[in-house]
Design a protein around this ligand. Structure first.
Ligand code: ADP
Ligand code: MG
Length: 601
């Protein structure tokens, strides 16, 4: 039997590292927190290859003496708390004293630091937990940490890392979170030699948002502020109607710490129930402050989740605060609904009334006429061009049993009965009753049309009368630059117009120009999720066509009998008429035999 022994410090640290340092972004988080705790007003973060090759965090904070620097690498060495009671009045991010020894145990770790009082700085090098040297070095007051070859000595952990792009996205998100939490410190973030953002000290969170997300985003936000029995909320939330396709821009802090909190996210989503379209999310940068004893931040050392002692109180407080702010706008629509992100050109003194996107939509020709025009009419008799369906589609969408589509197409005696619920077109055929979901059918028709167009490389562009300026944050801007050529080959005309600034001068013919910016933002959201990055052009086209069919194509207003018949024939000309591009059914059929059975005839 193996005898019990005490683990060496090195092994113990590696185990602790497994909990705290799960990926490169966790190293960045710990080091940036330390810099902020050290009172830094300038922090520079640089990384390479998603952080696994190299991470540097450098600050102008208080630095450490040689003794402190050596001590900081011991487990549970912290200058931040001395006893348990301190936990309840914690003013710093760190308190466990675990980060530095954990990181040093799983990477090459080089620390340089100097306090303002000392002449010489200290340099310590540790490699995979093994002490290499300590010596004097020259450097400005503050601390510089370089962590390289992360997890080289722990292959099991390295294996769990995602692609460089994913790890890099986590790092960028992390630095943004702290930059937003501490606008009074200047932040620079550099990836592979490219500056992702560089923000000077800012007086307010709003200014910081403008620095790293762009002026347009900042201007689309409203300030909220509310207090109530021990709770204080402040921050920025999006105006009604401004929504995002993902939750990435719902950012929450509790007592200055960036956190994930279901309570806070749900409170936000709920508050915006009537203010953003279903399935979209508001933007928010919310800071909640409350008695530290009423929050549990210790759920997991590396996770950002928090729990509140009184979830219900927090939830209803946040909902009330946000709703009150949104209602103020609806109560005073003339001043509140100032045009914002959609048409930045006419901010300020433009006429009151509906949101700009709506106003512009009304001014352009009804989509119906444009749907009809640019495409060759599909007939049941002329099969549509064969378009190779990407492997991804085949995988994500169930393919109907052979013969099913043929049987459907073989139905005769179509008679349009009417439109139910404004959504379902009811037909009778020789086989039974058939309910067509108009939206799903349209999405399918458009999806296949667009794919055919892309494959035939004949995507017409419509030049916009007024180019739409789009300001992006540096990450989005980099993503867009990477896919610019692809988008411009597929009907867009987007030009780079200065740092993080773009102009949309033309959009594909199928798109309502009023939707250009909203679609572009959805597209960028999709890029960030990893869509359209496929090197396989077919796959990227497929993704673009699907996104367009689901997001950018509007239902025509017309619901005449002729239009419904035409929709059916267009749908049946599709290769896969039974589902929309995400696999939802386009129709439901009730056969006469089924009806007879139900009526017990
Ligand atoms: P914790 O932050 O929980 O105290 P760490 O392992 O992250 O633990 O850091 C250990 C100690 O090292 C800190 O308490 C602090 O005294 C010192 N330290 C770490 N980073 C810095 C820095 N950038 N500047 C000054 N001191 C630092
Ligand atoms: Mg720390």
């Amino acid at each position: 039997m193996a005898s019990i022994r005490i683990l060496s410090d090195r092994v113990a640290n590696q185990i602790a590292a497994g909990e705290v340092i799960e990926r490169p972004a966790a190293v960045v988080k710990e080091l940036v927190e330390n810099s902020l705790d050290a009172g830094a007003t300038r922090i520079e973060v640089e990384f390479r290859a998603g952080g696994r090759a190299y991470i540097r965090v450098e600050d102008n904070g208080g630095g450490m003496t040689r003794d402190d620097a050596l001590l900081s690498l011991e487990r549970h060495a912290t200058s931040k708390i001395a006893e348990t009671a301190d936990l309840d009045r914690l003013a710093t991010f760190g308190f466990r004293g675990e980060a530095l020894p954990s990181i040093a145990s799983v990477a090459r770790f080089e620390l340089q630091t100097r306090t303002p009082e000392e002449e010489a700085g200290t340099e310590i090098l540790i490699n995979g937990g093994k002490f290499v040297h300590v010596r004097d070095c020259g450097r400005p007051a503050g601390t510089r940490l370089v962590v390289s070859q992360l997890f080289n000595s722990v292959p099991a952990r390295r294996k769990f890392l995602k692609s460089d792009a994913t790890e890099s996205a986590h790092i960028i998100h992390c630095v943004r979170l702290y930059a937003l939490a501490c606008p009074q410190a200047a932040f620079t973030l550099i990836e592979d030699g490219r500056v992702i953002f560089r923000s000077p000290e800012c007086a307010t969170t709003a200014e910081r948002v403008a620095e790293i997300f762009g002026r347009q985003v900042a201007e689309s936000l409203l300030a909220v502020e509310a207090t109530e029995a021990g709770l204080a909320l402040r921050g920025l939330i999006s105006r009604p109607g401004v929504g995002r396709a993902t939750r990435h821009e719902m950012i929450t802090y509790v007592n200055r710490r960036p956190v994930d909190s279901r309570t806070l996210s749900y409170a936000l989503i709920e508050s915006y129930h009537d203010a953003v379209t279903k399935g979209r999310y508001p933007l928010a940068f919310l800071f909640l402050d409350l008695d530290p004893a009423a929050v549990d931040v210790n759920v997991h050392p590396a996770k950002r989740e928090v729990r509140f002692r009184n979830e219900t109180q927090v939830r209803s407080f946040v909902i009330r605060a946000v709703l009150d702010r949104l209602r103020e706008l609806t109560a005073a629509p003339l001043s509140g609904m100032a045009p914002t992100a959609a048409m930045p050109g006419n901010s300020g003194a433009s006429p009151a009334g509906p949101a700009p996107a709506v106003a512009v939509a009304a001014a352009v020709a009804p989509l119906e006429s444009r749907i009809a025009a640019p495409f060759p009419a599909y007939r049941l008799s002329t099969p549509p061009p064969a378009v190779p369906i990407a492997a991804a589609l085949a995988a994500s969408v169930s393919v109907p049993a052979a013969g099913q589509v043929e049987r459907l197409r073989a139905r005769a005696g179509w008679r349009y009965v009417g439109l139910a619920h404004g959504v379902y077109a009811l037909f009778e055929t020789d086989a039974g009753l058939l309910l067509l979901d108009r939206r799903a059918a349209h999405e399918r028709v458009w999806y296949e049309r667009l794919r055919a167009q892309f494959a035939a490389a004949r995507v017409a562009t419509q030049r916009l009368l007024l180019a739409v300026p789009v300001e992006l944050d540096a990450i989005m801007s980099a993503l867009l630059l990477d896919r610019l050529e692809f988008l411009n080959q597929h009907g867009f005309e987007i030009v780079e117009f200065g740092r993080n600034f773009f102009r949309v001068e033309g959009v594909p013919e199928w798109m309502d120009p009023a939707d250009a910016e909203a679609f572009l933002r959805d597209l960028l959201g999709a890029l960030r999720e990893g869509l359209l990055t496929a090197r396989d052009i077919e796959l990227a086209r497929d993704e673009l066509a699907r996104l367009a069919a689901l997001r950018a194509v509007r239902l025509p207003d017309g619901t005449s009998e002729a239009e419904m018949h035409s929709l059916v024939s267009q749908l049946f000309a599709c290769r896969q008429p039974m589902t929309n591009p995400t696999g939802k059914p386009t129709y439901v059929e009730l056969s006469y035999s089924e009806l007879a059975r139900r009526f017990q005839r």
